[in-house]
Design a protein around this ligand. Structure first.
Ligand code: ADP
Ligand code: NI
Length: 214
């Protein structure tokens, strides 16, 4: 199996795991993250195989989607071994996908490899802008969040646990608690530039919701 065939196999593996996800972690999200990660690595400073493999696999060990993370990781590892991805490459991929989530970054932000920084930027960029707005509404509705409640103020300095506690969370507050912060948390200059426009779109959206509110 050459590297391209390995990547095709990894794509199919992810599709089989995320197939019917309806929380915004579907294959369209995965494809956007792969595409954006490649774009952010245009100068080829990062290893293209590690970047694409990590982008494809970044959500298959997500604690929101899979209850048994140890089993999810073991299944990825078995699969990568089966398609003959070298142990060293597997370690590089796991270092990225185990540490790149926003939730992981709230308390002690892990240090990521260059490849990890690129994949993290690509994933976080997909949480902002037009698609980001849509995903927040989709995710919030799925978790029975209200769109907006002026009486509930956004929370400050969230711990990982608080971030995952959706009682009293509103979709608009998610913009203050996470989405507006992303621009300054991105790793690469290229991603920050893309984030600037997306930030402006989100600001207009939130302002308009408040203006049109009852
Ligand atoms: P990460 O995996 O990087 O920690 P999440 O999986 O929490 O990020 O987020 C996945 C998508 O769901 C993102 O678009 C995010 O903005 C959205 N999302 C996460 N939590 C909420 C929430 N409480 N309300 C609305 N959208 C949310
Ligand atoms: Ni993702």
């Amino acid at each position: 199996m050459d590297k391209q065939q390995q990547l095709t196999a990894i794509y199919d593996f992810t599709a089989s795991k995320l197939g019917n996800d309806q929380t915004g972690h579907d294959m369209a999200h995965i494809k956007r993250v792969v595409k954006m990660a490649k774009q952010l690595n245009q100068d080829n400073l990062g290893d293209p195989f590690i970047i694409e493999a990590a982008a494809l696999l970044h959500d298959v060990i997500d604690e929101k989607l899979f209850t048994d993370i140890t089993a999810a990781k073991a299944s990825v590892k078995d699969f990568l071994t089966q398609i003959a991805v070298p142990a060293k490459t597997q370690t590089a991929i796991f270092d990225i996908i185990s540490n790149m989530s926003f939730a992981h970054s709230l308390e002690n932000r892990p240090t990521l490899s260059l490849e990890g920084q690129i994949v993290q930027d690509a994933d976080w960029l997909d949480a902002i802008g037009a698609i980001g707005i849509a995903r927040a509404i989709y995710y919030g509705a799925k978790h029975h969040e209200k769109l907006y409640d002026p009486a509930i103020l956004p929370r400050e300095n969230l711990t990982k646990e608080q971030y995952r506690n959706l009682a009293d969370e509103t979709i608009i507050n998610h913009f203050y608690e996470k989405l507006f912060k992303i621009k300054d948390l991105l790793n690469t200059a290229a991603a920050k530039e893309i984030a600037t426009q997306r930030q402006a779109l989100m600001r207009s959206f939130v302002t308009a919701v408040k203006e049109e509110w009852v």
